[in-house]
Ligand binder design. Structure first.
Ligand SMILES: NC(=O)c1ccc[n+]([C@@H]2O[C@H](COP(=O)([O-])OP(=O)(O)OC[C@H]3O[C@@H](n4cnc5c(N)ncnc54)[C@H](O)[C@@H]3O)[C@@H](O)[C@H]2O)c1
Ligand SMILES: [Fe+2]
Length: 398
């Protein structure tokens, strides 16, 4: 099969301001009793009640799990799965950031395929049975998890952020209502927005990219580059919030079908060991890793440079690719992204796990999709560079 490629998405994507109103109809098509996976912040903001009201109107029973307190662990998955079984729920609704959505994905698959979530890592166990229906409702413009067949769950016994990717994890329905992101605090807007940008860029430069993913990645990059700072500076700018939700969704559609690369491979171990929010750990790595990858992806990064700056149109591809890297660095600076040291990580504990992190990064498979495939030593060097990375100057990464 020459030029074979595959492009998976949820069965239905509802998108736009007030699209949450569609929840009742979608739920009635999905089952009789829902388990809502969310967190206490969503509850306090009144979002959980809004969802329950839409369900009541369609006579869909529901039970709520609010135990997602951080990026998801196997502990939340076990707890919520027990609740699903005890309450005989026949589908799940996730409401929140990627943490709630990823928890719900694991439950939807385990409900019909059984076992421990870690069993599904690297395809060791394949989910052959269809998952129970899952309606994903993101409240961050970030992960794009509502449209990916990926779930990231921390194994609490060895501190590994398990990246699991199989078709059964794809949500059945996504409801992407940008109005739900208005309450996102500045730091969450910055972190999740850079995560979305990393998805679009990594999907675009990935060795596994193809024309369908390029379409989504290019559109996602444009929307995010033109709107992230606006949403960060004025959280009530509805047009910017809407563009970010759409950009994050498209970036998710792109990377789930083209894969992420070195940034995500190196980012997960930092998140698992030092509890750095996922978007921040990506941002801390993104400029240095793009600099490392640049010479192997000049033409693609030139496209990104021309999205950032019209001046790049009159430059060579090599110059435009340099503009891409420096523009990403400037954006991180404007979003007040700290480096690893600035985040409060101590040098010695960090140094002592660099080798483990490089091994975990390589084992995830993501670095193998990078335009320049790194050695373990190169990954270790990048971790050292990023520890004290200065977002205000060129840090001369090889
Ligand atoms: N499955 C995928 O495809 C995929 C892709 C990228 C990242 N991830 C994973 O997603 C997780 C991160 O998700 P995230 O970046 O969306 O953050 P998150 O879900 O961890 O949320 C961060 C914080 O922001 C709060 N929050 C979320 N939306 C809010 C809103 N509208 N108003 C106020 N507060 C709000 C949450 O309650 C939480 O305290 C990580 O575990 C990461 O590994 C998954
Ligand atoms: Fe991500």
């Amino acid at each position: 099969m020459d030029n074979y490629a595959v492009f998976r998405t949820p069965q239905t994507i509802n998108y736009g301001r007030n699209s949450l109103e569609k929840l009742g109809n979608e739920a009635a098509l999905s089952g009789k009793k829902a388990l809502i996976i969310s967190d206490k912040i969503m509850d306090t903001l009144g979002y959980v009640n809004s969802c329950r009201n839409y369900l009541s109107k369609e006579n869909v029973e529901n039970v709520v799990y609010l135990g997602v307190e951080s990026e998801p662990t196997d502990k939340y998955v076990t707890e919520a799965l027990e609740l699903l079984k005890a309450e005989q729920c026949d589908f799940v609704i996730s409401l929140g950031g990627g943490s709630c959505i990823d928890t719900a994905k694991a439950i939807a698959v385990l409900a019909t395929n059984g076992g421990y979530i870690g069993d599904y890592m690297r395809g060791n166990k394949i989910a052959k049975e269809a998952a129970i229906p899952h309606i994903a409702i993101p409240t961050t413009a970030g992960t794009g998890s509502e449209a990916t067949d990926v779930t990231v769950i921390t194994n609490t016994s060895n501190d590994v952020k398990m990246m699991i990717k199989q078709p059964a994890f794809m949500p059945t329905v996504a409801i992407v209502d940008p109005l739900l992101t208005i309450t996102s605090p500045q730091s969450v807007t910055a972190a999740t927005g850079i995560d979305a940008l990393s998805h679009a860029i990594e999907a675009y430069i990935s060795r596994l990219s193809h024309p369908m993913t390029d379409m989504a990645a290019l559109s996602g990059m444009k929307l995010i580059v033109n709107n992230l700072l606006k949403a960060y500076e004025d959280g009530e700018n509805l047009d910017a919030r809407e563009a970010m939700s759409l950009g994050a969704l498209q970036a998710g559609m792109a990377f789930t079908n083209a894969s992420v690369c070195l940034v995500h491979g190196m980012s997960r171990p930092i998140g698992a060991l030092f509890h750095v929010p996922h978007g921040y750990s990506n941002a801390m790595l993104l400029p240095a890793v793009l600099e490392f990858s640049k010479d192997s992806s000049i033409d693609r990064l030139a496209d990104l440079g021309r999205i950032f700056s019209p001046e790049a149109n009159s430059k060579t591809n090599k110059e435009a690719a340099e503009i891409a890297v420096s523009s990403v660095r400037d954006l991180c600076l404007q979003l007040n992204i700290p480096n690893l040291s600035g985040f409060g990580i101590e040098k010695q504990p960090f140094e002592s796990v660099v080798s483990k992190m490089a091994n975990d990064a390589l084992a995830s498979g993501s670095p193998g999709n990078n335009p320049k495939v790194p050695t373990k030593l190169e990954i270790e060097e990048l971790y050292h560079i990023c520890f004290n990375y200065d977002f205000s100057t060129d840090n001369k990464v090889r």
